[in-house]
Design a protein around this ligand. Structure first.
Ligand SMILES: N[C@@H](CCC(=O)N[C@@H](CS)C(=O)NCC(=O)O)C(=O)O
Length: 211
């Protein structure tokens, strides 16, 4: 049995979409960050780091979007969620690692500067540099998507599921996302995928909420 621990609106949406794209049955365990449910004793037994997502595979836990999405692509090879060529597969994982290591923390610095520095002046600097870095990262994604349907080219892969988190966060953070034409056209393409739409609707994501 596959069980996903996630919080609507969080980066766990990447694994949620990936899981839905496999077409496999799974159980959902909402773990609401707004209520601090990621820090409960019960959840810390699932992921001692107190973060979502976590995927339980018959009781064995995988954390980190990059690992969960790679596992899903390998477990369901007929769904073609990872490029077949080993170099392209490595590049797909490389891009997920970049999203996790660079893009996600840039947004965190913008939204939660208090986690990175003490004192108002230092936090204001962290926030401003986080905003600048996140926007530069969004521009890099836009450049990656120029002339392509999907991040890896002509094939939808798990890195697309992960990348959508950041378009949504950009909208939530009031960045001028529509200025990024390739990124925005790709987002519209993503919304046409039934699995993506289902998860965005169920999480009441900002990208599908009525204005
Ligand atoms: N690199 C990790 C990041 C996980 C992460 O930071 N998750 C956030 C939600 S976006 C979280 O659970 N935060 C709760 C907290 O820090 O208390 C991944 O991709 O899975």
């Amino acid at each position: 049995m596959l069980t996903l621990y996630f919080s609507p609106g969080a980066c766990s949406m990447a694994s949620h979409i990936g899981l839905e794209e496999t077409g496999a049955p799974y159980e959902e365990k909402p773990t609401l960050l707004a209520k601090g449910e990621q820090k409960t004793e019960a959840y810390l037994k699932i992921n001692p780091r107190g973060k979502v997502p976590a995927l339980s595979v018959d009781g064995r836990i995988i954390t980190e979007n990059t690992a969960i999405l790679t596992y899903l692509a390998q477990r369901f090879p007929d769904k073609n969620l990872m490029p077949a060529d080993p170099i392209d597969a490595a590049r797909c994982i490389e891009t997920m690692a970049w999203l996790s290591n660079i893009v996600h923390p840039s947004y965190q610095r913008y939204m939660r500067p208090e986690r990175f520095a003490e004192g108002e002046a230092a936090q204001a600097t962290v926030k401003a540099t986080g905003r600048k870095s996140f926007w530069a990262n969004c521009q890099e994604i836009d450049a990656m998507l120029q002339g392509k349907n999907w991040i890896m080219g002509s094939q939808f892969t798990v890195v697309d599921a992960y990348t959508l988190v950041f378009y949504g966060w950009g909208v939530r953070g009031e960045f001028p996302m529509t200025e990024l034409s390739a990124f925005t056209a790709w987002k519209e393409r993503m919304l046409k995928r039934p699995a993506v739409r289902k998860i965005l609707d169920s999480e009441q994501n900002v990208l599908v909420k009525p204005a």
